[in-house]
Design a protein around this ligand. Structure first.
Ligand SMILES: CC(C)(COP(=O)(O)OP(=O)(O)OC[C@H]1O[C@@H](n2cnc3c(N)ncnc32)[C@H](O)[C@@H]1OP(=O)(O)O)[C@@H](O)C(=O)NCCC(=O)NCCS
Length: 301
């Protein structure tokens, strides 16, 4: 993808995603205009310039499919994949994926992604090419009232805004809990030049980082994640702190289905389920420890 193709790719992402959900009897994902989806081009190109493949129709020159990817030391992540509904089921997504698999194989890296459990077109696209689920997540949304929520949680941990000095410890924590390394993403969130990210860290009484969590607040994506924490109590503390940043808004977050205490706590705050996702990997992956909260941009698992 070149810069003069961003608008067309944004339209494709918007149209492809919304029409897939509408056709399958679900609510559309993007509520605003197609230009909102430019966010994906902006964020992915900020992070990894030149890492978006597009498929163009030979007859019309129209962009029929697009897929972002981001290469990290430990793995390659596959970002949002879209095919125009006019071109569904013609092998375009498979073709884009095959190219990215080739890049991963050349670098001897595993590929990771998050895929919807309700979208078998996407689930099968990946599993047919050798991906397999690592973990299942509940997607939950929560309408945070203007006056905020009474979270009723213990404050045995200190939660504060992440700083550049925290990045080293964040990288080490995620590496230990998930076996991946992506310093670049954390630097980007904390630098926050687009003014859409928030990142909090949670510490014990000695100042040791036990968890961290980021969020994005933009009309195209209002999500809490990515982040990891040593345990569910820490996740609760840090999630509450971030939710408080969304007063009057309705963010989405993904919790591991196995994190049953924090899932129950989220229900008690008023959260509701909207989807189920799997983290998937092609190649080697470590069994997750602690609590992982993935996100869709930049996609992680
Ligand atoms: C998901 C999506 C990208 C697939 O694009 P596509 O170009 O139509 O997919 P392809 O034609 O390459 O088909 C993918 C593979 O899935 C297979 N497949 C689809 N449904 C299947 C099923 N129920 N069981 C088994 N295999 C299935 C196809 O047979 C094909 O495999 P093959 O080429 O080895 O035969 C497209 O539907 C889309 O853009 N959806 C909206 C956005 C989205 O969901 N994106 C993905 C998540 S980020």
């Amino acid at each position: 993808m070149e810069i003069d193709e961003w608008n067309e790719v944004a339209e494709l992402i918007h149209h492809s995603t919304n029409s897939w959900y509408e056709t399958n009897g679900k609510e559309t994902i993007f509520k605003g205009p197609p230009s909102d989806a430019l966010l994906f081009c902006q964020v992915y190109e900020d992070l990894d310039p030149g890492c978006c493949l597009i498929a163009c129709c030979n007859n019309t020159g129209r962009i029929a499919g697009s897929c972002f990817y981001h290469i990290r030391n430990s793995h390659i992540s596959l970002g949002i994949m879209n095919v125009s509904p006019d071109f569904f089921s013609r092998g375009i997504a498979r073709n884009l994926l095959t190219r990215i698999i080739q890049i991963a194989e050349d670098k001897a890296l595993p590929i990771r992604l998050i895929s919807s459990a309700q979208n078998l077109d996407s689930f099968s696209l990946y599993t047919r090419q050798g991906f397999s689920p690592i973990q299942a997540f509940q997607d939950m949304y929560l309408e945070v009232p203007e006056e905020g929520l009474d979270f009723k949680i213990s404050n045995e941990y200190q939660v504060g805004v992440a700083k550049v000095e925290d990045i080293e410890d964040m990288v080490a924590l995620e590496n230990r809990l998930c076996g991946i390394e992506r310093r670049k993403d954390f630097e980007y969130f904390i630098k926050n030049e687009r003014k859409i990210w928030n990142t909090f860290v949670c510490r014990d009484e000695h100042g040791k980082i036990l968890g961290f969590l980021s969020s994005v607040d933009h009309p195209a994506s209002r999500m809490i994640g990515p982040g990891v924490a040593e345990n569910e109590k820490i996740t609760e503390n840090i999630l509450a702190a971030l939710l408080d940043r969304f007063r009057g808004k309705c963010p989405v977050f993904l919790l591991p289905v196995t994190a049953k205490n924090v899932v129950q706590t989220a229900y008690s705050w008023g959260a509701r389920n909207c989807e189920i996702h799997f983290s998937q990997c092609r190649g080697q992956s470590q069994s997750p420890r602690g609590v992982t909260m993935p996100t869709f941009m930049p996609e992680t698992s």
